[in-house]
Design a protein. Structure first.
Lengths: 111, 230
């Protein structure tokens, strides 16, 4: 199961990095965005392959043993918060874009 | 009485001229028939062809989706002070001869929203579409507590009151269910009339896929939870 999780993390990271590289080559993303996501996903794979390193680092920072359940729980809360923020922001942007496009669309329509 | 025929179109150069030409010029109880094409960011010649055949063409500078196109159409109908608005798909799957049956209940003040249902005669409708429509009907019932036999029909008529009252937020295909939900929330009178559907290879290739149902369900839930007043 652990091996499967690690392979899955590597494959997911490779997919994301390839997609980011493709977007960069097509000039849909800038170099710094490509670099940021590549580094971020390399770190994610590193944590997935050696979770104890990260876990030990957190425990030493907190000066006590953090249970793996607490660690996973905090990670979930953090990820859900990010998802929530991104969703709210995307929704707001979509509504604003719709409003602008509609206004431009009916600008010249007159009775 | 002014009637707006709202036609959302995205890359419909193969059918838009034919659809515009088929719209009846005269209808019982209507003084003016005004086709309004909403070009939803097409990359083909839809805009130019629509401009030749319709007095009103609204252009979206980018492709947003069916919901946004219909909202633009409704806004345009309000702007030119129309009394009734009928929506038709730009792919030619609707028979414009059904428009009269659709607007009659509004002219006779018996309904505010009239849905053209394709489900009374499903002959020729691909089974996957029948299943998808049924699934969307159940979703609409669960979310908005209003049953319609064809929530996803693109042919519908709205009264002036409905045009003013409906507070629509959809961008994509979820608009069809939202219209029913909003009409129900505003206690508008909803009626269904049977319509004919013309299935061609062109129209079958268009429209939404069944897989899109999950996306529509999520968006409808978000709209429902956005907390509109009762």
């Amino acid at each position: 199961m652990i091996i499967f999780t690690k392979i899955f993390a590597i494959l997911l990271a490779l997919t994301v990095i390839t997609k980011t590289f493709y977007d960069y080559k097509k000039k849909r993303e800038i170099l710094s965005t490509f670099a940021f996501w590549t580094i971020a996903w390399v770190l994610i794979v590193y944590v997935a392959l050696k979770p104890t390193l990260f876990y030990n680092l957190l425990s030493s920072m907190a000066n006590e043993n953090i249970g793996i359940g607490t660690f996973v729980g905090v990670a979930f809360i953090f990820l859900f918060y990010i998802t929530y923020r991104v969703y709210i922001k995307a929704n707001r942007l979509e509504r604003q874009i719709k409003d602008i496009v509609m206004r431009i669309g009916i600008k010249d329509i007159e009775d | 009485m002014k009637l707006a025929i709202i036609i959302p179109a995205f890359n419909e150069e193969g059918s838009i001229e034919k659809v515009l030409k088929s719209i009846p010029k005269k209808l019982k109880g209507v003084d003016k028939v005004l086709p309004i094409v909403i070009d939803d960011g097409s990359i083909d010649n839809t805009y130019e062809l629509a401009k030749n055949g319709s007095h009103y063409v609204a252009m979206h500078v980018i492709n947003l989706g069916l919901g946004a196109a219909l909202c633009t159409g409704f806004a345009a109908a309000r702007k030119i002070n129309c009394d009734i608005a009928v929506t038709l798909d730009g792919d030619g799957q609707h028979n414009p001869e059904d428009i009269q049956n659709l607007i009659d209940p509004i002219i006779n003040k018996k309904a505010d929203v009239v849905i053209g249902t394709r489900m009374t005669d499903t002959k020729g409708m691909p089974p996957i579409k029948i299943f998808g429509n049924w699934m969307m009907n159940v979703m609409t019932l669960l979310i908005f507590r209003k049953w319609s036999s064809d929530t996803q029909s693109g042919m519908r008529a709205l009264s002036k009151l409905a045009l003013q009252k409906l507070d629509l937020h959809s961008v994509g295909y979820e608009i069809s269910s939202e219209i029913i939900g909003e009409a129900h929330r505003n206690r508008l009178r909803i009626k269904e009339v049977p319509i004919e559907t013309i299935y061609t290879d062109y129209s079958n290739a268009k429209g939404q896929s069944v897989i899109n149902a999950v996306n529509i369900f999520t968006r409808l839930l978000t709209i429902k939870m956005s907390g509109k007043k009762k």
